[in-house]
Ligand binder design. Structure first.
Ligand SMILES: Cc1ncc(C[n+]2csc(CCOP(=O)(O)OP(=O)(O)O)c2C)c(N)n1
Ligand SMILES: [Mg+2]
Length: 655
């Protein structure tokens, strides 16, 4: 069967869902990086879990196009709607926001299961196209199964919950609305300053409705990624401020990577000697051993970056949102005269910290201009020496943390060291929540701009496996056109694993070689340690059998849970590392063995146990988590004292 072509009248009779699928198959992004042009499909595939709402409309359309030509709009499965959004986000991050997936859901729970995925994408400024189905526009069969009925507002459906979580929202209640909904939806999806979740709600009857679609709507179309240049006067004023600075510091975020500005940044720091601290999304802007890289900054930072930040008189934020972890909840910068220059494509970020020196521009273009405007400026030798000394001190701390050998259960630090040693430079490590993200931020020795993806804007437990699968899909596509061959290694805690591991089945179905290092520590090491610091004595943070008398989960036996067996039961190849003297050596070898397995041989999970009480080296920093002001517990009263001491160092909120 072929797809019907034009009738000669300039229109084609098709359903709304068919028009959506064909339209999306014709959309391309074009991105000029320096002198190179990238042209790729914006939506290389569509995920769907079918139920009433999309089984006939979008489902029929996908089937019809698959039958005609499977490359028009490849269909992908997932086991959970939220996880599908995570896959799309992982893909979008690795393709530097040039590509993402569309996700079709059934109505009601199918749609509302996507909400966390929408919030994660929007918070991370990463594009996803969400197409949740909706109840009848005609109200013919109201209330349908899974319909939310609100007596005060008949037009509300669960899909309205996407509005605050999306960067663009529309509902297509008439076929004619399709054109503006998708045109403006894709405008936002491909806009570096605006992107996030784009949600277009599709009522189930409208999806199946036929209308005359103009050929023009179905023609190939290119969306050029805008790379706006910096204003000359903004650059002149910024250069003046930099020349006047004695202790400038760059904070580099994810925006540097999305703008492919890392080479320009390297040139900039080489010329000026200004050191760089990086955010979670900015790991990879410089290789870890660059002499200008102080590594991670803030609450999960290195002592090197935090020592330099404390005295900095000028912060040059590039592509950063200044999340509270980055600023150590606004205690990182203690110089009373500190000023901020913020280079960001999004005005909301460029204006943060009350700055009078915003540069609303593409990071790469702004750096090219700043490099020219600075002509010969270089920081003093004393700052360069201090940077070298602080860096040396931190590197020794990490060497020690990697090289201790606790038995029978290792510290997580040692597991990170082993994983990092076993991986190649171009491989990608993935994480999102628990104690791992902070530990990785501090200690991971990144060697490639694509080598590290820790989702730490939303830090969503359960992102790790689906997000990693999305990254691996993108890495496979990259390799298929002659790019780097990358193994993707997901590091995940038992809590996150239990929350969402079912995309392992998707990896099994598609024989995708995703490598997972699962760290079993019987609960929440991260929140346990935080709880203890705040005087709450690790309450509710361990997985233990219920003590019925005390109604407590804190003291009982660990649970007879076997997560290795759980993964095995899903069809995953599993390597168990038994506790003992050789844990670290065996883990390192297991990762090397997993890497040696052929592509397309399916997912591999390595199960290792760890001691949750052995923490990573301190950042000598702080994070604002409010402590109870009054309490019957001594531990809480003491924690409140410490809290007020730190609180007094917090800078007032200026924008
Ligand atoms: C969806 C979600 N719920 C709750 C949290 C709060 N939270 C952050 S880390 C964490 C525990 C993670 O446990 P695990 O994956 O075992 O990692 P560990 O702390 O043991 O390293 C929790 C509950 C979160 N980040 N995401
Ligand atoms: Mg855990």
């Amino acid at each position: 069967m072929g797809i019907r072509t034009g009738t000669g009248t300039g229109t084609r009779r098709m359903t709304v869902a068919q028009a959506v699928v064909e339209y999306l198959s014709k959309q391309y992004t074009v991105d000029r990086i320096g002198t190179e042009d990238y042209r790729e499909r914006l939506i290389p595939g569509t995920f769907g879990i079918f139920g009433h709402g999309n089984v006939a409309g979008v489902g029929q359309a996908l089937k019809q196009y698959q039958a005609a030509d499977p490359t028009i709009m490849p269909y992908y499965q997932g086991r959970n709607e939220q996880a599908q959004a995570h896959q799309a986000v992982g893909y979008a991050r690795h393709t530097r926001r040039r590509q993402t997936f569309a996700i079709s859901t059934s109505i009601g729970p199918g749609s509302s299961n996507l909400l966390t995925g929408a919030a994660l994408a929007t918070t991370n400024r990463l594009p996803v196209l969400l197409l949740p189905s909706d109840t009848f526009a005609t109200r013919a069969a109201d209330p349908v199964l899974q319909q939310l009925e609100q007596p005060y507002a008949y037009d509300i459906t669960v899909n309205d919950a996407f509005r605050p979580l999306s960067k663009f929202f529309d509902r297509v209640t008439r076929p004619e609305q399709l054109f503006s909904a998708f045109h403006h939806g894709l405008r936002v999806l491909t806009d570096p300053a605006e992107t996030g979740a784009v949600t277009i709600s599709l009522p189930q009857d409208v999806q199946a409705e036929a209308f005359d679609v103009p050929e023009e709507f179905l023609a190939e179309r290119e969306w050029r990624i805008r790379r706006p240049d910096a204003d000359d006067e903004d650059i002149r004023r910024a250069a003046e401020a930099i020349r006047a600075a004695k202790r400038p510091l760059i904070i580099a975020g994810g925006g540097v990577l999305y703008a492919y500005a890392n080479d320009e940044l390297a040139k900039f720091v080489e010329l000026t000697g200004i050191p760089v601290g990086n955010t979670q999304a900015g790991v990879g802007v410089l290789p870890w051993d660059s002499r200008f890289s102080l590594g991670a900054i803030g609450s999960t930072g290195t002592t090197a970056a935090n020592a330099i930040a404390a005295e900095a008189d000028l912060i040059i934020g590039i592509g950063t949102r200044y999340e509270d972890f980055t600023t150590a909840s606004r205690t990182a910068f203690q110089n009373p005269d500190v000023k901020f220059i913020n280079i960001n494509v999004a005005a909301i970020d460029a204006y943060k910290h009350g700055t009078t020196l915003p540069i609303v521009a593409d990071a790469r273009k702004a750096l090219v201009k700043l490099n020219q405007a600075l002509g010969g400026y270089r920081v003093g030798g004393d700052l360069e020496q201090q940077v070298a000394a602080e860096k040396q001190r931190w590197d020794t701390t990490v060497d020690e943390a990697f090289d201790t050998r606790h038995t029978p259960l290792p510290a997580q630090n040692e597991i990170i060291g082993a994983t990092s040693r076993a991986m190649d430079a171009q491989d990608v490590v993935i994480c999102a929540a628990g104690s791992l993200p902070g530990d990785l931020h501090k200690m991971w020795r990144v060697r490639d701009p694509f080598g590290y993806h820790v989702e730490y804007a939303y830090s969503c437990m359960g992102y790790e496996i689906p997000g990693g699968l999305g990254v691996k899909r993108a890495a496979l596509a990259e390799a298929a056109v002659g790019g780097a061959q990358r193994d993707v290694v997901v590091m995940v805690g038992d809590g996150s694993y239990l929350m969402m591991h079912t995309e392992l089945v998707t990896a099994v179905a598609e024989r995708i070689k995703l490598i997972v290092v699962l760290i079993q520590n019987h609960g929440y090491a991260s929140i346990g340690s935080l709880s203890e610091m705040l005087g709450s004595q690790r309450f509710g943070t361990q997985y233990r059998a219920l003590n019925e008398e005390q109604h407590s989960f804190d003291e009982g036996d660990t649970l007879p849970v076997d997560l290795a067996l759980n993964a095995e039961s899903l069809g995953v190849k599993v390597i168990r590392i038994e506790p003992g003297e050789k844990v670290i050596a065996e883990l390192e070898q297991a990762i090397r063995d997993a890497k040696a397995a052929p592509e397309r041989s399916g997912p591999i999970l390595i199960h290792v146990e760890s001691d949750p009480l052995l923490d990573a080296p301190s950042s000598e920093s702080w994070w604002d988590v409010p402590v109870s002001q009054v309490s019957d517990l001594d531990s809480t009263q003491q924690a409140y004292q410490t809290y007020t001491d730190h609180k007094s160092r917090q800078r007032k909120l200026l924008g």
